[in-house]
Design a protein around this ligand. Structure first.
Ligand code: CP3
Length: 347
């Protein structure tokens, strides 16, 4: 169903899955995490498969996203990564041309074989339910560069922007290396069974559209071109109202919209020839059930019947009440009936 929505086929209802649908808001995730640290979980295919499948069992979502993290390939490029309570940390950030030169372009089979193993396990688990799609993913070059240069999360991205303004050629070299790494990595994921892939460019919204077009868009377009028709590609950027057209021009099949742009606006701006995904504010899922149900119905009417994938505008938060996730998913799944009877206005 997800694949059909990505191909913009007409459907009785939109498919639904949720960014960060697996994670700390689920007790069954916490049970596994109490035994292993986050990176061990990512690198142990049996455990990662179990966690990937938890939201399918709990909510019957239409797609499973492999459980991993966008920073895994940076480790394979030669960086030392830690995950603590404060989020991800790289021991030695990338700050110079020499630092960029030291980074490897890893063979995904040799250095990230656990991701292929995970996808093969998931495809095996899903063999009886072909309607459930399997999604692979990668961080986009700019967002990976942001973490590698800052050494972790950041408020102002001062080191990244200093490199952008003072040493743009060095930044371009880093983005090029990352593009090559991601092309090979996503290729391996598709070979191992990923049916659709998503590029997370979480931090691309921190620059204006001309800078996006000059630095970020080419690195994404190169990946999209290399994947070609091997699998549909979705692109997510947080804080993207000024970038939607430029995102679409990378050639992706689907633009994942954050909650700042109404989906009807995104549709009017981007036209009918690509799929849209999004865009419920994940913080709204901390509200009461009536609010959540109302927003789910609004999402349906905003998204339309064709080329739309119901989702959140950014990842689910650890504080999300599980009943609200169920209510959101159920409301979208029941919408075939609503849509058929015209009970929900405008869809
Ligand atoms: O969507 C899914 O269910 C698949 C798994 C997934 C995770 N991270 C698991 C995770 C995916 C697709 C990601 C992507 C990711 N990772 C992004 C892009 C999307 C976004 O959220 O903007 C980014 C920026 C990262 C880097 C990252 N990973 C950060 C900044 C953090 C710490 C912040 C936080 O939420 O804790 C992580 C950790 C992380 N990645 C967790 C999970 C479930 C929490 C780890 C834990 O159990 O302690």
């Amino acid at each position: 169903m997800l694949l059909r929505a990505l191909a913009r086929e007409p459907l009785a209802r939109p498919p639904v899955w949720l960014m960060r649908q697996a994670g700390r808001y689920m007790d069954e995730y916490q049970a596994i995490r109490s035994r292993v640290d986050f990176l061990t979980l990512c690198k142990t295919p049996e455990l990662a498969a179990e966690v990937s499948l938890q939201p399918l069992r709990a909510f019957d979502v239409d797609a499973v996203i492999m459980f991993c993290d966008i920073l895994i390939p940076c480790e394979a490029m030669g960086m030392t990564l830690h995950f603590g309570d404060g989020g991800p940390r790289f021991e030695t950030p990338v700050r110079s041309a020499a630092d960029v030169a030291r980074l490897a372009i890893p063979d995904p089979h040799a250095r990230m074989g656990f991701v292929g193993d995970l996808l093969r396990l998931l495809r095996h688990e899903l063999r009886q339910q072909p309607q459930t799609a399997l999604i692979g993913f990668a961080g986009a070059p700019w967002t990976l560069a942001a973490y590698m240069i800052e050494g972790g999360g950041s408020r102002h991205f001062m080191h990244l922007k200093q490199m952008l303004y003072n040493e743009p050629a060095v930044l371009r070299q880093l983005l090029d290396k990352l593009s090559e790494t991601i092309i090979a990595y996503l290729g391996a994921q598709i070979e191992a069974g990923a049916q659709a892939v998503q590029l997370f460019d979480t931090w691309a919204g921190i620059v204006d559209a001309p800078t996006y077009r000059a630095f970020i868009q080419p690195s994404v377009a190169r990946i999209v071109e290399a994947i070609g028709d091997k699998a549909p590609v979705t692109l997510y950027v947080n804080g993207s109202p000024h970038l939607l057209e430029a995102m679409a021009q990378t050639g992706v099949d689907c633009v994942s919209v954050d909650w700042l742009t109404p989906l009807s606006d995104a549709r009017a701006r981007l036209g009918p020839n690509l799929a849209l995904q999004g865009n419920l504010d994940p913080v709204a899922l901390l509200a009461g059930p009536d609010v959540v149900r109302g927003l789910a119905l609004e999402l349906l009417s905003e998204g339309g019947a064709r080329g739309f994938i119901a989702n959140v505008g950014h990842g689910l938060l650890p504080q999300t009440p599980r009943e609200n996730v169920r209510l959101l998913v159920d409301t979208i799944r029941d919408s075939a009936r609503l849509l058929a009877t015209g009970a929900s206005h405008g869809v």
